[in-house]
Design a protein around this ligand. Sequence first.
Ligand code: DUC
Ligand code: ZN
Ligand code: ZN
Ligand code: ZN
Length: 502
Amino acid sequence: MGFDSIVTNGVIVTATEVLSLGIEIGIKDGKISCLGTSLPRDNDTEIIDAKGAYITPGGVDTHVHFAQDNSPTGDDFTTGSRSAIAGGTTTVIAFASQLRAEESVLPCVAEYHTRAKDLSYCDYGFHLILTNPSPTIMTKEMPQLMEDGITSIKLYMTYEPMKLGDAQVLDVLMASRALGFTTMVHAENSDIISLITDRLESAGHSSPYFHAISRPQIAENEATYRIISLAELTDTPILIVHMSSEVAMKHVRKAQTRMLPIHAETCPQYLFLLSDRLRGNDQDTFSGAKCVCSPPLRHDPKDLEAMWTGIANGTFTTFSSDHAPSTYDNPGGKKKGLVNGVMRYRDIPNGVPGVETRVPLLFNHAGPEKDARLSLPRFVQLTSTDPAKLYGLDGVKGSIAPGYDADLVIWYPESELAGGVEISQKMLHHGVDYTPFESMNVKNWPRWTYLRGKKIWDRDNGGVIGDMSDGKFLKRGKGKVVVGRMGNEATGMLPGERDYWR
Ligand code: DUC
Ligand code: ZN
Ligand code: ZN
Ligand code: ZN
């Protein structure tokens, strides 16, 4: 009848409050069974002493690329999930990607299951990337996927092998809305990028730095406004992934003030890194390739500040890593863009690693201090609670409350980690050979990570101590609309007008 374990002597943080020291967490069968003071102990109840430190829900990173066909030299589920738990993330949602030639997505999803089953240290789910949304897929296979617990899709408005035109996007939005899928969109204007890239190349500008020049903010701004319009027309909730531009973010903000269900995500790279990183260094002029991601790193510190504003003021619903790693030195990785000394940024795989550093990097700026950039509850909301809600894990993941999985991060008490932690490639657990956050200092780091009541990360005693069969597939429910609501009339339409055609 008693608890398997009790976490005591910590300060619990949820998305709404910081609880006072003295509230304990009772854990039974891998779930949080209650919160209270002086919980009853049996002889065999394990007592976990948090030593006065903060306790936050396990991180929920809803945007990672593991073992994906288009990132062949990056992380698989084992190395990626190992990296996740070492940085306080206990749930990831990765992508199962339809290749354009594939007429059915069900075998594709089955294949991705085999890449993860018994190979993950943390719990996981899948989003489906749709690159060829045929009527059969939308009418027959998507309902099946929904039943199978894959309840979100990602669409690309750019990249030749993946992008959908507006007509296809509209069809998918209508299907998504009808079935209740959460729809993620990569919003950049493909033609703008192609035009600039071709012209840059003709003029001999193809080193990694020009990657940023080829994808100006206006490409993100235009596509963001367009996808918001298409979502408004069809009354479909969306999430715009990896946002980096202030104007685009303001389009989202404005839509949100009209109660439209437009969600937005940003990532560590858009809070901390600028495009000068793409210039490389004297020893290795190609090394800027390490920071090639899309949208690209922006030029001005003001661009970073703008994203911080969205973090603080609620515009962003999720803060994800977009962990999309490729090795630098492996010939199949970033160096694809360097052939016989000739640099071609268009051949560099896009994306940076970050699943392990995401939670500590944001926690570093969270707190009650006057110079903190966000509150501790807002930190929890962005890194755990709201991503869980948006992607159908509400009630299971992302909070410290009765009934939820006992996924916990226990940090160091301030007194025990003087000077903080300097991030370095050699301390990380991913499978790639660099981190773009090298040498950055953070004030704290997850000391212990628990997955469903089991300690899987102990920074001082063994590091990764879980097993790669600990992670389970999460059969997710329908995602919730976290921002705004459905049922708004679209701009310039009369009430009920949409009913004629929908
Ligand atoms: N989009 C992603 O979501 N990840 C990596 C590269 C990209 O363009
Ligand atoms: Zn496939
Ligand atoms: Zn993307
Ligand atoms: Zn991504």
